[in-house]
Design a protein around this ligand. Structure first.
Ligand code: FCB
Length: 443
């Protein structure tokens, strides 16, 4: 048997990507609503207004998960659905929706893993400076306490944030995600407050839900230099510092990596780096989202003097992300050795491909099947080396709104027809179902 008996086998989704019902039942506007309604931001000009209409079809989607034999589901709460202005008055209809969803999951033997922040900040808070405002730490802590108080009797796994690096840098430095800024100082300020809000929220979640497991999900990539040249190796080290170590060190050591502090010093003028010690609260688990290896070459461009290269001839997904399962094994072992998390969950892993149309009631997606097979093998290899891996969540259950890429990039195990909202299993869903059941039979 390659996976422990109590392993969490799940899928992951995020509120803005699947729920739709964007302004229904009192939900407040979120930054992705504002952003996607701004021309030129989303590749196919789409928005999350309807998405997969999961807000109305959640029962059907939970039934799909049950049919696949899953025992865990990672989803996120839409902050403005429960607190339309971000702080202050609560929207009962929003809370009721998540109550019903949690109950539906538990009735099917599926454990809810709740992510509190998967990028849909209330626009009302963005209007007050968003994560650049130091008050955002308290806004988030209050929201976390509210949700843990409401769902903590049934939800035993809590994730404060999804991918602080993406929130900070794709949203505020590269300008590709909401709120669409291009300002390095803003990005480091956002990262600091997001991390501090994590540190502030964890004890409040524990207070409201004493038997809960609490963690954070980081986007981590396996970084390698494109050559053995010293310059490339140093560039890869900097890229690793930028994306991985900045967040790992903050959460596990309560400090920022000194080499990176030196490098980006001017962008830290609005924060006190030493204050980050408050982000290092003891955690029950680390969530890792792994998709790819990043190959890095030395470059002339400040501040990181590093650039990503994608050599021809390697296998890439439709996102242009290299398929590199060995990176998952190596990353798991490295993070476990260097940071010592008590437990690890792969909270996202998956691939977009240009799938063929539905034919005879199924979508044939052999490349995605292969992607999952290889990455599950990598998980088994890491387990065999002693990594305390407790679960795996495929991204994603259903095709959905892939942020700046819109609906054209499909990550689902289940195909969505956006005209009819029909769900059709892909071959990868059957593969995952059979893989899980074979593991259970072996146990
Ligand atoms: C991750 C996000 C998730 C999804 C996948 C493809 O960065 O957390 O919402 O978009 O990428």
């Amino acid at each position: 048997m390659r996976f422990p008996r109590d392993f969490a086998w799940g899928v992951a989704t995020a509120s803005y990507q699947i729920e739709g019902a964007a302004l229904e039942d009192g939900r407040g506007e979120c930054i992705w609503h504002r952003f996607s309604h701004t021309p030129g931001t989303i590749a196919d000009g789409s928005t999350g207004d309807v998405a997969c209409d999961h807000y109305h079809r959640y029962r059907q989607d939970v039934a799909l998960m049950a049919d696949l034999g899953l025992n865990a589901y990672r989803f996120s709460i839409s902050w403005p659905r429960v607190l339309p202005a971000g702080t202050g008055s609560v929207n009962p209809a929003g809370l009721d929706f998540y109550d019903r969803l949690v109950d539906e999951l538990l009735a099917h033997g599926i454990q809810p893993f709740v992510t509190l922040y998967h990028w849909d900040l209330p626009q009302a808070l963005q209007d007050r400076g968003g994560w650049e405002n130091p008050d955002s730490v308290a806004w988030f802590a209050d929201y976390a306490a509210l949700m843990a108080g409401r769902l903590g009797d049934r939800v035993k796994h809590w994730i404060t944030h999804n991918e602080p690096w993406v929130v900070s840098f794709i949203g505020n430095y590269l300008g590709i995600h909401a709120p669409g800024k291009r300002d390095l100082t803003a990005a480091y300020t956002v990262a600091h407050h997001v991390l501090l809000s994590h540190g502030a929220a964890v004890p409040l979640i524990r207070q409201a839900a004493p038997d809960a497991q609490v963690g954070i999900t980081l986007y981590l990539c396996h970084v390698e230099p494109i050559s053995d040249a010293e310059a490339d190796r140093q560039a890869a080290r900097r890229h690793d510092g930028y994306v991985n170590r900045w967040f790992l060190d903050a959460v596990f050591k309560g400090s920022y990596p000194q080499d990176m502090v030196t490098l980006v010093e001017p962008a830290l003028q609005r924060i006190d780096p030493a204050a980050i010690r408050a982000a290092a609260v003891p955690l029950d688990f680390l969530g890792i989202n792994y998709y790819t290896r990043i190959l890095i070459a030395a470059a002339e461009t400040a501040p990181f003097f590093a650039q990503e290269v994608r050599p021809a001839g390697l296998p890439y997904t439709a996102m242009g992300w290299e398929v590199y399962p060995e990176g998952l094994r190596a990353l798991l072992v490295r993070v476990w050795r260097e940071y010592g998390p008590r437990a690890i969950y792969i909270t996202e892993n998956g691939a977009a491909y240009d799938d063929p149309d539905v034919a005879e009631g199924i979508v044939e997606d052999p490349q995605r099947v292969r992607y999952y097979q290889l990455h599950l093998d990598a998980c088994a290899a890491a387990l065999a080396e002693g990594v305390p891996l407790r679960g795996y969540f495929a991204w994603s259950l259903i095709d959905n709104f892939e942020w700046a890429e819109g609906y054209r990039k499909r990550f689902g195990l289940v195909h969505v027809n956006y005209q009819t909202q029909a769900r059709t299993l892909k071959r990868s869903a059957l593969f995952y179902r059979d893989f899980i059941s074979a593991q259970r039979a072996a146990g």
